[in-house]
Design a protein around this ligand. Structure first.
Ligand code: GAP
Length: 451
């Protein structure tokens, strides 16, 4: 994880929030490469969940919701973690994350000092809306995006004539006052979720639950994630959230071990029943194709962290590899053996798709390379680099995860071809400039991860 954290900072993926003030715990900033990667992960998910499904539409609900929402959802009452403090060293722990023997003996796992009794700590951030800081003005930062979907489900049925079964997808910020924030961006207080709520007829929920488990698993396969680094974990009775009948996590083998990446939950009709009760509004679905049958739908939820997906993609893509240097440097640089750090992003996720590199700055090569970049810009995320030996420039692009480099050399001036260099295999092909864009499109489409 240290290597990934340091690369993320060095290459402008992720910075510590408010670093010049010593950093803000639980918050991170996404740099030029990070924001591109995050946007592409979000776009891949959005395409998968909306464009490829006729029965799923999107939503972007507000972060601030009526406070009754969170009473109805059960978060005011139940969204708590068990907290203990060390009276001696003042360290703070989640009681369920320290060794049970320490908890039983009330002994701090760090300094051996005495621990306080376990108390419940609500994870929702509370603030006030308007100028008065009284109990009537309390408002919460949403701890999940899901509730914005539930309170809008009838609006969407009416405005978009949706029929059950159908889904609503949303990407947005969520906030949790996490007691322990470690492992880089894995668990943070401010993060983003990609959630889809699928509304189904009661009785068909188990079938749809299994179907969505299959679809979400296939999605990661399509993204080229190492499938032996993914596994399912079914929630036991003591792990199930207050709303869930059944829940499975997709876990990823992060550097610190197997951890939750995404959850697929059967939330039953819990949320819509509670919103009916708390709002007094009828949340029933009226099935006009079936004698106006009325029921409160069951909800199958797929809930993935966007920022946690970004960490997974970084870990999954990270590789260090011993390579023969002359393959990339034309023999002009390095010893016989060399190491490279490479991020093997799927080309559709890579922050830069293609880097254009003139072999030399002089003799019109730089101008030619700039012209090629200009052409490619309309369709691809590009970079341009003319500084240093070509082998070193390839290494820089490898480390940023750029899947393709285009090198403009003296031959380019004669026959209007360039070298197309592939990040993963480091192989090179000579391609006519006129065919470059089409070739890149085809390479992206047919990409298969080789390592
Ligand atoms: N609506 C259901 C829900 O929020 P969850 O299991 O609490 O379920 C879903 O969260 C996903 O959101 C997790 O699998 C994880 O990817 C992400 N997530 C949750 N808490 C997070 C945090 N503190 N920091 C980063 N990501 C988080």
């Amino acid at each position: 994880m240290e290597k990934i954290t340091s690369l993320a900072k060095r290459r402008g993926f992720v910075f510590q929030s408010s670093e010049i003030y010593g950093g803000q715990n639980g918050a991170w900033d996404y740099g030029p490469m990070g924001v591109e990667l995050k946007n592409r992960i979000a776009a891949a998910w959005w395409k998968e969940m909306t464009q490829l499904h006729d029965d799923i539409v999107g939503l972007d609900a507000a972060i601030l919701m009526h406070p009754r929402t969170w009473e109805a959802s059960g978060h005011v009452e139940n969204f708590t973690d068990p907290l203990v403090d060390c009276k001696k060293c003042k360290a703070r722990f989640r009681a369920d994350q320290i060794p049970p023997e320490n908890l039983a003996a009330k002994k701090c796992p760090e300094c051996g000092g005495e621990l306080t009794d376990t108390r419940k700590f609500n994870l929702m951030f509370k603030t006030h809306i308007g100028p008065a800081e009284d109990s009537a003005s309390i408002i919460y930062l949403r701890p999940e995006t899901a509730q914005g979907i539930y309170v809008n489900y009838k609006n969407i049925i009416q405005s978009n004539r949706m029929k059950i079964p159908f889904g609503i997808a949303q990407i947005g910020k969520a906030f949790r006052n996490e007691i322990v924030t470690k492992n880089f961006i894995f668990r943070t207080c401010e993060f983003e979720q990609m959630e889809m709520q699928f509304f189904v007829k009661p009785g068909t929920d188990e079938e749809w639950f299994n179907e969505w488990r299959k679809r979400r698993w296939a999605y990661y396969e399509k993204l080229g994630v190492k499938m032996d680094h993914l596994r399912w974990h079914q929630h036991g009775p003591d792990e199930l959230a207050h709303y869930a009948k059944d829940a499975y996590d997709i876990e990823y083998l992060f550097p610190m071990g197997w951890r939750e990446l995404e959850g697929v939950h059967n939330r039953t009709n819990y949320d819509l029943n509670r919103h009916t009760q708390y709002s007094g509004k009828d949340m029933q679905y009226i099935d006009q194709d079936n004698n106006n049958e009325r029921y409160i739908p069951y909800i199958i939820e797929t809930s993935a962290g966007l920022t946690r997906n970004l960490l997974m993609i970084l870990c999954d893509a990270y590789d260090e590899e011993q390579v023969a240097s002359e393959k990339n440097s034309g023999g002009s640089e390095g010893s016989a053996d060399d190491w490279r750090t490479v991020l093997r992003f799927h080309p559709s996720l890579a922050p830069v798709t293609v880097a254009v590199l003139p072999l030399m700055k002089k003799d019109g090569l730089a101008e030619m390379a700039q012209d090629i970049r200009k052409e490619l810009k309309e369709d691809f995320a590009t970079d341009y680099d003319q500084g240093g030996a070509i082998g070193r420039r390839y290494r820089r692009q490898d480390e940023a995860g750029t899947p393709f480099c285009v090198t403009v050399d003296y031959q380019s001036k004669e026959d209007h071809t360039v070298t197309l260099r592939f990040r993963d295999s480091m192989e090179q092909a000579r391609v006519p400039i006129a065919e470059l864009a089409a070739r890149l499109r085809q390479e992206i489409k047919s990409y298969k991860r080789i390592k």
